[in-house]
Structure formats: structure tokens, C-alpha cells
Design a protein around this ligand. Structure first.
Ligand SMILES: NC(=O)c1ccc[n+]([C@@H]2O[C@H](COP(=O)([O-])OP(=O)(O)OC[C@H]3O[C@@H](n4cnc5c(N)ncnc54)[C@H](OP(=O)(O)O)[C@@H]3O)[C@@H](O)[C@H]2O)c1
Length: 279
């Protein structure tokens, strides 16, 4: 495996994956709809192709000469007017079709921890519907199922800076969030290895209360945490869904993640304290 197409390289995880693959000596081609967003990554990239996974006509040649595709394309916070189905499922399916036609050997994709059990949530169902397509396609594949990303945990520090952290639920559920660089190592290993389903989390397991308290500790401020009870969240989810299905589904996802334990086999070295310390 020497030539990899990275789709999603302008995003949080994809950027770290491109860097990790370059460090391992791979030829890295990045797919981006806004190539200028790849400027910070230029040293890690051998080629850039401008394409959009939701526009199949732009994808025609993106997999030519490629051995493996890695995709972390997803629509968590983008406001494009597209649905999770449009991007997470159909967009990645468009890319898979092109990979199959080009004779790519392996497709590595990122879903979420517990995905198969969370298909009542639109965002997870869209990921898992693509996983179904991937498994049925006959291509070599690996699916990573990570816990929460450090990029989301940074939100706790931002709230702490403003003086108060808002948590969903009791704050007593546990999570072992993972830094993009640590997850990128697991993604690169998945390209090289035989495992097809990989659950992965970071090195430290903590409660949301602990994580919020740490944010205040690093800032040297007294902890001010407000917990919104879970019973209040679900009517809110239903209300938001009425007006904006996408935002309602995101709220449902974050409520579920905050009120269940999200703990996977741990890997990596990056700590939350170091993330908060760097600000
Ligand atoms: N955040 C978490 O805690 C978490 C946990 C588990 C799993 N995941 C999943 O992991 C994946 C990666 O997450 P992330 O945080 O790295 O996401 P991210 O930072 O939002 O990056 C998403 C990437 O997808 C690209 N994209 C979106 N729509 C596109 C389109 N129509 N055509 C081409 N590219 C498109 C974005 O490109 P642009 O820059 O052009 O928008 C960006 O490169 C997502 O599927 C997410 O659901 C996230």
C-alpha cells in the first residue's frame, strides 16, 4: 500500500491522517472542495484534487492510481443545507463507487463508537448506512469507531473561559476522548492491518464533571458548572427538531453521548490537560 487518497483532509481528523501517512512514507493525494484550506498541510501532500463527494461528476479520476482511500468526510457542523444522508452516506458512497471502478484495494472509513446500536440517531444511521454499503461492496475495508474527539472537548475550555460550563445530564458518565493525532495513528494502522472493525479511544478515561473541572483548574479559576437534566433535554430535542431537523438530530446525538458511557479500548499519549494548557 503506497498511494492513499485522503478525503476530509481539510477537517480535524483528516489533516492529522494526511500528516501521519506522509510521515510513514506514503504518497498522499488529498481531495478537497476548497483546496486553499489545505495550505497548512502542503508539506504532507503530494497531490491535491479539487472535488466534492456530493458531486459525482467531480470525482471521476480522483482514485486513479490509488491503492487505498481514507475518508473522514462528514457533515457534523457544516451548514450547507445538505442532510447527514446526503454527505455521510451518499457522498461517501459516490467516492466508494469511483474507488471500485479504479480498482482501489482498501477503503478505510470513520464511523462512531456504538454505531450499530445508535441507528435511531440520523447522524449515526447515515454513517452506518454507508458502512453497510462498504461491507457489501467487496472492497477491502476497515471501519474505525472512535469515542469523542479532542476538537469537541475544546468547547469545555471555551465555556470555562466565559465563566460557566454547561453540561448535559449529571456529568457522571465516562468518556475517553481521543486527540486527532492519536486517532490518525490508528487510522494509518487500519490501512496497513487486517482488522475490519476498530473501536478506539484516548489514554484517559474521565467523567464530564472531571473534564469540566480540569478546564477551570488549568485556567486557575473556581469551577462553575451547570448541569441540564437529561429529562429536560429530550423535550428540547423534540422542539428543536420541529423547526430544524439537522440541529435537533445533532442535539439528540450530543445528549446521547453525554448521558451514556463512551469508553473504548485506549490508545495514544495526548492528555486533555495538555490540550487545555495550550489553550
Ligand atoms: N467529533 C467527534 O467527536 C466524532 C466522534 C466520532 C466520529 N466522528 C466522525 O468522524 C468524521 C470526521 O470528523 P471531523 O471532526 O474530522 O470532521 P470535520 O472537521 O467537520 O471535517 C469534515 C470533512 O468533511 C468534508 N466535507 C464535508 N462535506 C463535504 C462535501 N460535500 N464534499 C467534500 N468534502 C466534504 C469537510 O470539507 P470542508 O472543509 O470543505 O467543509 C471536511 O474536510 C465525521 O464523519 C464525524 O462524524 C466524529
Amino acid at each position: 500500500m503506497k498511494r492513499v487518497l485522503v478525503a476530509g483532509a481539510t477537517g480535524y481528523l483528516g489533516g492529522f491522517v494526511a500528516r501521519e501517512l506522509a510521515a510513514r512514507g506514503y504518497f498522499v493525494r488529498a481531495l478537497a472542495r476548497s483546496p486553499e484550506k489545505l495550505d497548512p498541510l502542503r508539506d504532507s501532500l503530494d497531490e491535491i484534487v479539487e472535488a466534492e463527494v456530493t458531486g459525482p461528476e467531480t470525482l471521476e479520476r480522483v482514485c486513479d492510481g490509488i491503492d487505498a482511500v481514507f475518508s473522514s468526510v462528514g457533515i457534523t457542523r457544516q451548514k450547507d443545507g445538505l442532510t447527514f444522508r446526503d454527505v455521510d452516506c451518499q457522498g461517501n458512497k459516490n467516492l466508494l463507487d469511483v474507488a471500485l471502478r479504479a480498482g482501489v484495494e482498501k477503503f478505510v472509513y470513520v464511523s462512531a463508537l456504538g454505531g450499530p446500536k445508535l441507528r435511531h440517531l440520523d447522524i449515526v444511521d447515515a454513517h452506518e448506512a454507508f458502512v453497510d454499503e462498504l461491507k457489501a461492496s467487496g472492497i477491502g475495508y476497515a471501519v474505525l469507531r472512535p469515542t469523542g474527539y479532542f476538537s469537541d472537548m475544546g468547547e469545555l475550555l471555551s465555556m470555562a473561559r466565559k465563566g460557566r460550563v454547561w453540561l448535559i445530564g449529571s456529568g457522571e458518565n465516562r468518556v475517553n476522548p481521543i486527540h486527532g493525532a492519536d486517532l490518525a495513528v490508528a487510522c494509518a494502522d487500519a490501512i496497513e492491518g487486517e482488522a475490519t472493525e476498530i473501536e478506539v479511544g484516548g489514554p484517559e478515561t474521565m467523567t464530564w464533571n472531571d473534564a469540566a473541572a480540569l478546564a477551570f483548574e488549568v485556567l486557575g479559576r473556581p469551577a462553575r458548572i451547570t448541569r441540564v437534566p437529561e429529562w429536560l433535554m429530550w423535550p428540547m430535542v423534540r422542539l428543536v427538531r420541529l423547526f430544524d431537523r439537522h440541529q435537533g438530530e445533532l442535539l439528540a446525538f450530543f445528549t446521547t453521548m453525554a448521558t451514556t458511557d463512551v469508553v473504548a479500548p485506549s490508545t495514544g499519549t495526548h492528555t486533555l490537560e495538555a490540550l487545555f494548557d495550550r489553550g
